[in-house]
Design a protein around this ligand. Structure first.
Ligand code: HEM
Ligand SMILES: *[C@@H]1O[C@H](CO)[C@@H](O)[C@H](O)[C@H]1NC(C)=O
Ligand SMILES: *[C@@H]1O[C@H](CO)[C@@H](O)[C@H](O)[C@H]1NC(C)=O
Length: 498
C-alpha cells in the first residue's frame, strides 16, 4: 500500500503543478474552453487511449488493481503509445524500446526530468537527477568518476567487509531480507561516499537521521510540526549539518581524497567554474544515498527469493562460487575485482533478477515542447512515462517472459529492450556498484550459509519498490563446511552451468 500512497502523493503534487501550469497557459493564450488545444502542430492527433473522468482521470482504475496490470491491459488495447490522465496530469505512456529510446536518448533534450516539488526539497534541489544541461553534466561526471571501474576496484575490500558483517549479524536469526539488505546498501553507500574513513559516531548519526528522512519521504507534504513530513525535513537539516561538519574538518586537514565526497569538494569544473557550494554537495550526497539504498536492497531481496525458489540453479551458482572460494584459498584471502569478473552464471542471475523484478517499473519525464512521435502529438507540459517493466515482460523481446531463466542472457538482449538502469544521459551511474555488491553478497551467501524462507512469500508489498511481503523473512545459518566439502569435490562446475 505504501507504494500506492506514494503514487497518490506524487500525483497530487503533479496535479497541482500542472493545474497551475495549464491555467496560466490558457490565460496567456486567451482560451477559455476546455481540452488541451492551442498546440502549433494542429494537424497531429493525440495518441490513442482514454482520459477517464474529469480531473480524476483514470486514477481509480489504476489504484483498484495492480498498476502493472493497468499498464499491460492498456498496452494490449492501444499498442506502444497511449495517453491517459492521472489525478490532473495528462500523461503519455510508452511501452516500446523504440519509444523509450526516443524519450531518454535521441530526443532527451525535449523531455526534462520531473519530480514533485516536495520530493525535490526533501532530497535537495541541487541533486543531479533534477537537472538538465551543464550543471547536470558536471555533476554526472563527478559521480561517474567516483563510481567508475578504478574506484570500484579499490572498493571491493570494503564491500566484502560490509557483506561479511551483514551475514554475521543475520546468522542464526530470522530477519527481513529487505531490512538486512537495506543496511548493507547503506553501508556500501557510506564507504563509496566517504571512502571508509568515517567514524562510527558520525555514521550512526547519518543512518538515524537518514531513516527519519526516509519515513517522511512518501508522506503528505505539509509544515505541521509532529507530522512525518515535518520531522523528515528537520532530519534533513541535521543531515546537512553533519555533512557540513565533515566537509569543514576535511578542509582543515587539507588532504585530497578520491572518494565521492572528495571528488565533489575538489571539483573546479570546466573553464575554472567555482567550487560547488556545501549545499550543492550535501544535496548530491543525500541524493546518492537515496538512489543507492532501496533500489539495490529490493533487487537483492528478489535474488535471495529467486535462488531459493530454484534449487537446481542455486546448486549451479554454488558450484561457480565454490570455485572462486578455492581461488581465495578457501576464503582466507580477500576477494578481488578479478574474482568478481569470473562469476559468469551469477552475473546472469543478477541480470535476470533485474529483469524479472523490474523494481523501477517506469520513470517520468515532461515534454518541454510539443513533440511529434510517429505522427502522434505529445503536447508540451504532458508527462511522459517510459514503461520499463512492460518492455522487460513483453514476449516480443523476452521469450516466455514470466519464467526465471538466466540462460536467456547468454545472448545479449536486443538494444533498448533491457533497461533496469534506464538509458541515456540520466541512466544510473551506480549500476556497476550495485552489481558488484550483488556478486559479493551472493558469493558469501551461497558458500558460507544456508537459508529458508519463513512464511509465504508469494504476495508483494511496495516499500516503495516491489518486494516480497514483509520484506521476505528468512532464517539464515552458517553451514558446516567440514561436512559440505566432501560432497562438493565430485561436482564438475562446467556440467551444471545453466
Ligand atoms: C539495483 C540497483 C539500482 C537500480 C535498479 C537503479 C536504477 C536507476 C534508474 C532506472 C535510474 C534512471 C532514472 C531515470 O532515468 O529517470 C537511476 C538513476 C540514478 N541512480 Fe541508480 N539504480 C540502482 C542503484 C544505484 C546505486 C548503487 C547508486 C549510487 C551509488 C545509484 C545512483 C543513481 C543516480 C545518482 C542516478 C541519477 C543519474 C542522473 O540523473 O544523471 N543507483 N538509477
Ligand atoms: C541527527 O544528527 C544530529 C547531529 O546534527 C545528532 O546529534 C542526532 O543524534 C542525530 N539524530 C538521531 C536520531 O540520531
Ligand atoms: C561439523 O560437522 C562435523 C562432522 O560431522 C562435526 O564433527 C563438527 O562438530 C560440526 N561442527 C559444527 C560447528 O557444527
Amino acid at each position: 500500500m505504501a507504494f500506492f500512497f506514494a503514487l497518490v502523493c506524487i500525483l497530487i503534487s503533479l496535479a497541482i503543478a500542472s493545474y497551475v501550469h495549464y491555467s496560466r497557459r490558457r490565460k496567456g493564450k486567451g482560451q477559455g474552453h476546455g481540452g488541451y488545444g492551442g498546440h502549433e502542430k494542429a494537424s497531429l492527433k493525440l495518441p490513442p487511449g482514454s482520459m477517464g473522468w474529469p480531473y480524476l482521470g483514470e486514477t481509480l482504475q489504476l489504484y483498484s488493481q495492480d498498476p502493472n496490470v493497468f499498464f499491460a491491459s492498456k498496452q494490449k488495447r492501444y499498442g506502444e503509445i497511449f495517453k491517459t490522465h492521472l489525478l490532473g496530469c495528462p500523461c503519455v505512456m510508452l511501452a516500446s524500446p523504440e519509444a523509450a529510446r526516443f524519450v531518454l536518448v535521441t530526443q532527451a533534450h525535449l523531455f526534462k526530468p520531473t519530480y514533485p516539488r516536495s520530493k525535490e526539497r526533501m532530497i535537495g534541489p541541487s541533486a543531479l537527477f533534477f537537472h538538465q544541461g551543464d550543471y547536470h553534466l558536471r555533476l554526472r561526471k563527478l559521480v561517474q568518476g567516483a563510481l567508475g571501474p578504478d574506484a570500484l576496484r579499490a572498493l571491493v575490500p570494503e564491500v566484502e567487509a560490509a557483506v561479511r558483517s551483514t551475514l554475521a549479524a543475520w546468522d542464526g536469526r530470522v530477519m527481513s531480507t529487505f531490512q538486512a539488505m537495506k543496511r548493507l546498501s547503506f553501508e556500501v553507500g557510506i564507504v563509496t561516499i566517504f571512502g571508509g574513513r568515517l567514524d562510527e559516531r558520525r555514521k550512526a548519526e547519518l543512518r538515524k537521521n537518514y531513516s527519519i528522512v526516509e519515513k517522511g519521504y512518501n508522506s503528505f507534504p505539509n509544515s505541521l510540526p509532529g507530522t512525518l513530513y515535518y520531522k523528515a525535513m528537520q532530519a534533513r537539516r541535521r543531515l546537512h549539518g553533519v555533512l557540513s561538519d565533515i566537509m569543514r574538518e576535511r578542509r582543515e586537514r587539507g588532504e585530497p581524497s578520491s572518494d565521492l565526497l572528495g571528488c565533489l569538494m575538489q571539483s573546479r569544473g570546466d573553464d575554472g567554474a567555482p567550487l560547488l557550494t556545501d549545499e550543492q554537495i550535501s544535496d548530491n550526497i543525500i541524493g546518492v544515498l537515496f538512489a543507492a539504498q532501496d533500489t539495490t536492497a529490493s533487487v537483492l531481496t528478489w535474488m535471495v527469493k529467486y535462488l531459493h525458489d530454484h534449487p537446481k540453479l542455486l546448486e549451479a551458482v554454488r558450484a561457480e562460487q565454490e570455485a572462486v572460494r578455492e581461488a581465495t584459498d578457501g576464503g582466507r584471502r580477500p576477494l578481488t575485482w578479478a574474482h568478481t569478473r569470473s562469476m559468469a552464471l551469477t552475473h546472469r542471475v543478477i541480470l535476470e533478477s533485474l529483469r524479472m523484478a523490474s523494481i523501477i517499473s517506469f520513470t517520468f519525464r515532461e515534454a518541454v515542447a510539443d513533440v511529434e512521435y510517429k505522427g502522434f502529438l505529445i503536447p508540451k507540459g504532458w508527462k511522459v512515462m517510459p514503461l520499463f517493466r512492460n518492455i522487460h515482460h513483453s514476449p516480443d523481446y523476452f521469450q516466455d517472459p514470466h519464467k526465471f531463466d538466466p540462460s536467456r542472457f547468454q545472448v545479449a538482449p536486443r538494444p533498448n529492450t533491457f533497461l533496469p538502469f534506464g538509458n541515456g544521459l540520466h541512466a544510473c551511474p551506480g549500476n556497476e556498484l550495485a552489481k558488484l555488491e550483488m556478486l559479493v553478497l551472493i558469493h558469501h551467501l551461497v558458500t558460507g550459509y544456508r537459508w529458508e524462507i519463513v512464511g509465504s512469500s508469494d504476495e508483494i508489498e511496495y516499500s516503495p519498490f516491489p518486494v516480497p511481503k514483509h520484506g521476505l523473512p528468512v532464517r539464515l545459518w552458517r553451514e558446516n563446511r567440514t561436512v559440505e566439502r566432501k560432497g562438493c569435490e565430485s561436482g564438475n562446475v562446467e556440467d551444471i552451468i545453466v
